[in-house]
Design a protein around this ligand. Structure first.
Ligand code: VGL
Ligand code: ZN
Length: 202
């Protein structure tokens, strides 16, 4: 059984959003067109409190995209984004959502960021997604969404660690930075993920 994961396809990561991923909107028609090929469709949602420590606004004297140390972990300081209950945190209105069986929210603890849909960045707490997928008989996960070099990448890494067969759908992701994207793909390939195009899915 295989699942399609829709990672953070939220307004703040789309053009015009607070942390817009270049061409992020280009993936949506593709993501919609492939959902019917899967046994299960699951989404993740970045869902931060307004005082989240990943926001540059919470650190006086720091600039956007500075990298600091936060409780022993490297932390990029992002613009305020995906604040719980705001329009920016909503899924894109263009995204087909009637097939989504479960939504895993992440980044809710103000003290720690959570790029992966499975665990926070310190691997301290699980969202329950791995057990949920296993409970549904899923052995293979296909990843789509935003951003290819952050939340899709870290979700794919954790999916590999959890023992799933992992497919990263190259045409159904977009990255924040081209360098980060190349590094992410090389690392995933090295750890056993497959990188494919969505038309290769039957
Ligand atoms: C993401 C940065 C901060 C993502 C989320 O969804 O890739 N990136 N929060
Ligand atoms: Zn975030």
């Amino acid at each position: 059984m295989r699942a399609l994961l829709l990672i953070d396809i939220q307004n703040d990561f789309l053009p015009g959003g607070a942390l817009a991923v270049p061409e992020g909107d280009a993936i949506i028609p593709l993501v919609n067109s492939i959902q019917g090929n899967y046994d299960l469709v699951v989404a993740t949602q970045d869902w931060h409190p307004a005082d989240h420590k990943s926001f540059a606004s919470q650190h006086s004297g720091q600039n956007l995209f500075d990298v600091i140390e936060l409780n022993g972990l490297e932390q990029v300081l992002w613009p305020d984004h995906c604040v719980q209950g705001t329009a920016g945190a909503e899924f894109s209105a263009e995204l087909e959502h009637h097939r989504i069986e479960a939504i895993f929210r992440k980044g809710t603890d103000p003290a720690i960021d959570s790029y992966s849909g499975f665990y926070d960045n310190g691997h301290l707490k699980s969202t329950g997604m791995a057990d949920y997928l296993r409970g549904k008989g899923i052995t293979e996960v296909h990843l789509t969404g935003l951003a290819a070099d952050y939340c899709v990448y870290f979700s794919a890494k954790d999916a590999l660690k959890e023992g799933f067969k992992v497919y990263y759908l190259e045409d159904a992701v977009r990255a924040i930075s081209p360098e980060g994207y190349e590094k992410a793909k090389a690392d995933l390939l090295h750890h056993g993920a497959q990188i494919i195009q969505s038309h290769q899915i039957q």
